[in-house]
Design a protein around this ligand. Sequence first.
Ligand SMILES: Cc1ncc(COP(=O)(O)O)c(C=O)c1O
Length: 452
Amino acid sequence: MQKALDIFQEITEALLNDEKNNPVTEYIPSDEIYNHLDLKLKNEGIDTESFKNSLKKLVLATPKTATNAFFNQLFGGRNDTAVLGDLLAVVLNNSMYTYKAGGPMIAIEKEIIRSICNLLEWDDDSDGTLAPGGSMTNYKGMLMARDAFDPEIRHKGGRNDLIVYTSEESHYSIPKNAAFAGIGRDNVQKIPADAFSKMDVQLLREAIIKDKSEGLHPIMVNATAGTTVLAAFDPFDGIADICEEFKIWMHVDGAYCGSALFSDKYRHLIKGANRADSFTVNAHKMLGTPLSCSIIVTKHKKHMYNSFSNDASYLYQTNNDEYNPGKISLQCGRRNDALKFWALWKSIGTKGLGALVDKQFHLGDIARNYIRNHKDYTLYSFDESIGICYNYKNFPARDICTALYEKSEMMVGYGTFKGTEFIRFVTINYGNDEQDILNYFKQVEEFVENEM
Ligand SMILES: Cc1ncc(COP(=O)(O)O)c(C=O)c1O
């Protein structure tokens, strides 16, 4: 192991130095990647020095996501403490299905889940688990909604009269998961969003009434805390009223911005989300924990067991179900995604997590103010959002983003809302400061003037 650790140290130091000098990795077109790097797997192995060099080259050629030039997706930066936790989890290599295999790691996962349930003010009937990403925790929410409506589906297979509702601005995992769940993509009703990218509650109500009158069965409404493009928050109280009235499972997809839960200042954005039956949050987005760390909690522990438990005498041999979370997970063997988040939470406390969230909203304010004060920009985003969407002069957003990428200048992406395409700049990296945000705009402006 010592040899591997030495190589790790050397390559990591090289990466950290390179990040300072070259915050954006040199662009290599995908059809040329094999010409640049020694990627081929061969019959014979290679000596340690060649192996180390190959690995180092590979690492240094990989897109950098921890620098102040990565704004491309809904994660970024690097939290040292969380990285430390994850490294230890890899070295330990436990599987999180049983207490026998995971020991105290099962307890720290339970501690994370209990603490999130407490923040949501849920009682002891609540529980939760981790899955590899927000798409998968959303999937679990949908499966519980389906099985809560009709427990027989789990045994006998699907039916085609179940309807799921979600806003047109919600994440693509909702229809994708409906396909997996045997509900069918076509049975996902996309409810229009208002001008602020929030689900229109009146239209939701009308859609439910219409579907019921046609003999269909509404089983779940998905509400989003942080829509993928504009980072908007659905009206949770209004949606919860409807779900209570029609007895429909309410799921909150808080993968992106559900972490507002941790902030005293911004928790109001998810007011009413705790009336949901299930809630997902990604620590790998706003909380800066390494990918992936996604948590789902539900108010109804029994539905987690109903939907996911399976007996397996070769696996569950000791301890009780409470400490054998394989009984409520999607996977069998499951990596320890808890330690990195626990390490971070333990070290800075809930208040510290709240401060990380506040910082991102603060950086969002700085970006919006800059745009508002510069006449060459058009702003599409709203206050209290970390997704800053804008256009610059009349340059097409996709042309700017692609040119920045191909010239190895900056990583930023584009999105659309109600037919308008714009640059989506995300202030999710709390390691950035005000100057990083202002530098970003200056750099884009200079790039457009000189290169486009
Ligand atoms: C609103 C929303 N939900 C779910 C997801 C999926 O999360 P993951 O990428 O962890 O699967 C995303 C990803 O960006 C998202 O924006």
